[in-house]
Design a protein around this ligand. Structure first.
Ligand code: 5RP
Length: 221
């Protein structure tokens, strides 16, 4: 059994009729979107959804999940999304798929934020996974130099031969720290740099973390 699918299926059990649901982005969120679509078909579940990326929105619409524009969102009952790393203090690195800004907006406006990961994502200390930071392309070199001064090796994300562009028209810088000793303090410092739009540190935002294991079982943190 796919561990990511196991986590996704378990999390989707938490969704109840009438909810407005936030859809995440990535290969684990992919399974959650599929399971939500199945529940709509099997149980006639009435849902509204908002998406954290154009990719997830396209997938949801193909599968028959009703997507509403953000302007119509009053509140989001539950968001289900993946993560690149989860530490013991419930801090996350997100943004491997480049959707961190919309993901953070949706998660922070959700009554319940459910993170779905396979066990390889659980770490003692964040930072092995390069921290994605969304920046505006204007004067990117200056912004990147400021990020470097925080002690990381910043690398502009590429998509094939060109620069990766987010759904918001910005760039992603992947910052290699190796180890992030104080994620909260680092996040605060990054946010003071003009040119930074958002970073992928999600500090104690998850209400629930569902971990999928290779044998198909799950555990909930
Ligand atoms: C996208 C994300 C993803 O949730 C994160 O990269 C995990 O992806 P996957 O489920 O494919 O391992 O933050 O911006």
């Amino acid at each position: 059994m796919n561990a990511k699918k196991a986590a996704a299926d378990k999390a989707v059990e938490l969704i109840q009729n009438g909810m407005t649901v936030g859809l995440g982005t990535g290969s684990t969120a992919y399974w959650a979107i599929h399971r939500i679509a199945e529940r709509i078909k099997e149980e006639g579940l009435q849902l509204k959804a908002v998406s954290s990326s154009k990719n997830s929105e396209e997938l949801a619409l193909q599968l028959g999940i009703p997507i509403i524009p953000f302007a119509e969102v009053e509140s989001i009952d539950m968001t289900i999304d993946g993560a690149d790393e989860v530490d013991r203090d419930n801090h996350l690195i997100k943004g491997g798929g480049g959707a961190l800004l919309r993901e953070k907006i949706i998660a922070s406006n959700s009554k319940r934020f459910v993170v779905i990961v396979d066990e390889s994502k659980l770490v003692k200390t964040l930072g092995k996974f390069p921290l994605p930071i969304e920046i505006v392309p204007f004067a990117a070199e200056l912004t990147i130099r400021r990020l470097e001064q925080l002690g990381c090796k910043p690398v502009i994300r590429k998509a094939e031969q060109s620069t990766f562009v987010t759904d918001n028209g910005n760039w992603i810088v992947d910052c290699h720290f190796d180890e992030i000793a104080s994620p909260g303090a680092l996040g605060d410092r990054i946010k003071t740099i003009p040119g930074v739009v958002e970073h992928g540190l999600f500090i104690q935002m998850a209400h629930t973390v569902v971990v999928g294991h290779a044998d198909g079982t799950t555990s909930v943190i």
